[in-house]
Design a protein. Sequence first.
Length: 201
Amino acid sequence: MTTATWGQVTRAFSRLLVLVTVAAGLCSLSASAAERFFSAASRSDFVYSPTRDILYIANGDQIARYVVSTGQALTPIRDPMGTFGLRHIDLSIDERTLAVTDSSFNFQARVLLVDLDSGTSSSVNFNLEPNEYGTFGVAWAHDGSLLVSSLGFGYYDQPLRRFEPATGLVEIIARVDNGTSLRANSDRSVIAVETVLTPEF
């Protein structure tokens, strides 16, 4: 059984998720002196909110939620579209909004936004580019904007979009590899863009 400190969790979300996964689909993480198990059979990514002490896990067609200090399972947040394609997840710098990408085949590229204060969710849709079919990586920036990468057919480059929730502005700022992951540093002033030769399906 593999365990990790929360410091390690904040430094390496994706890699750690693989390390703590066991065959039954359970995540095991050390929280203080107590060891907690978080069930998420279709997990693909997760993020922790220190203010709320809640772990959010992208898990198929829902976002699983657990109180870390107690291990209590909260009611999952369901994707209204029910596409079973929720992929990567990120938490805004004020810890009030989750952004989750949707890797399923859609007529539009989509990101699910969840208001954690009200519990409501909404979809942000982008017009598809040629050979594009879904969204993949996601990262909140320090200015409140959202960067989103995409999935597509074959080895064609895909758009890297910047979305401003406050204004609704959407712009393509670059073209990156198909299935590119995005990760922001602690103050979200820098966002790492992982280039890959093949998509991470």
